[in-house]
Ligand binder design. Structure first.
Ligand code: F3S
Length: 106
């Protein structure tokens, strides 16, 4: 599977959902996750994310490993999103800000 990592938090551009052939993205208030049960590792979403937040599960950046469990935990709880919506208002300012995990809204 692929996983959404920390840099999506407070950005939530949603370009990723437009290319997913299996509708595996689920959305929360300020973050998206991928449903591992649905993801077919097509890799199409990786290049679409403007803030490079999506990685294959075996190539997640050091320090981001906890996002495997976070995607697994939240995908069953959040609704599917398959259409792009406007990014969060301060998305540009949040790109690359470190340690955003405490800001994740559930
Ligand atoms: Fe998040 Fe990037 Fe998708 S910011 S919503 S993973 S396009």
């Amino acid at each position: 599977t692929h996983v959404v990592t920390e840099n999506c938090i407070n950005c939530k551009y949603t370009d990723c959902v437009e290319v997913c052939p299996v509708d595996c993205f689920h959305q929360g208030p300020n973050f998206l996750v991928i449903d591992a049960e649905s993801c077919i590792d097509c890799t199409l979403c990786v290049a679409e994310c403007p803030v490079n937040a999506i990685f294959p599960e075996d190539d997640v950046p050091a320090g981001q490993e906890k996002f495997l469990a976070i995607n697994a935990e939240l995908a069953p709880l959040w609704p599917v999103i398959d259409k792009k919506i406007p990014a969060l208002p301060d998305a540009e300012a949040w790109d690359g800000v470190p340690d955003k995990l405490p800001l994740l809204e559930r």
